[in-house]
Ligand binder design. Sequence first.
Ligand code: C2E
Ligand code: MG
Ligand code: MG
Length: 296
Amino acid sequence: MYAAKHAHTGFMVYDPAVDQHSPRRLALLGGLRRALERDELVLHFQPKADLGSGQVLGAEALVRWQHPDHGLLAPGEFIPLAERTGLIHPLTRWVLDAALRQAAEWHRSGHRLSIAVNVSTRCLLDPSFPDQVSERLAAREVPADCLMLEVTESAVMADPARALDVLGRLHAMGVKLAVDDFGTGYSSMAYLKALPVDELKVDRSFVGQMSSNTSDAVIVRSTIDLGHNLGLRVVAEGVETQDAWQELQALGCDTAQGYYLGRPMPAADLDRWLGAASPRPGPGGPGEDKEASGVI
Ligand code: C2E
Ligand code: MG
Ligand code: MG
């Protein structure tokens, strides 16, 4: 029922992969607390670059679970469980701290990258969240404007007044804010105008089909115009090809993230990637395909 409601269809065909009570899910749920205690979570980082110059501006931290039996698990397998159980709070604290520790290391080695962290609904609605962020920034000695927090439209719309309060306090601290997966949730233009955000991330479902689907191309173009008219930077997610890169560049989109530039990868690989002399994508240079084993 939850899934049907979530899908806004009123009905769902039974799918064991969606069943929160399936044996695998229940086993994962039991293991998640242990995973946090035993440091089984790992962060991968996916670069973001300026579409015009190809300059790498930052990286998004994406969590994975190095499961002792099941190998490297993608967030889709365990973030929904963490959200349902409240474990999302300690998990987010862990991700935030690990991401800021890595950002501090990159800053020390001369790469002043901005680091993006995903924030789920429960954390966005937690009045103590801004203080937790402030405390971690101070502990890791990272300037607030080098942290970008990504929230979804649905998370904001779950309780707009509370979300606006938390976002307002984060913004006042100097933390940057982005609306993730833009276009996939329900949001009201009135709230979008009121949100103290810096960036809109166009969902990859539109960017991926942009070249072959006219409606998707219209959505991408309109989102870029909307973002710019509201004074925001616009990031295209899921840029997989040189054609998409060039099309987005022609449309005046600001930033790109996607497999064409680089896949999410462990910090050490991103270090090497940053230091490599190979040209970044853009007019001319091809992107690197980081399809190394253990990278998801
Ligand atoms: P997201 O924040 O929208 O992250 C982008 C997702 O798109 C990542 O999937 C990334 O691997 C994938 N992606 C990036 N470029 C491309 C591309 O060119 N093509 C395709 N097909 N995919 C691409 P991932 O890592 O599986 O993460 C899925 C979602 O899980 C994230 O979506 C985010 O909503 C959530 N997530 C990840 N890490 C965290 C976290 O630390 N906390 C929370 N609350 N959620 C997280
Ligand atoms: Mg994100
Ligand atoms: Mg996204």
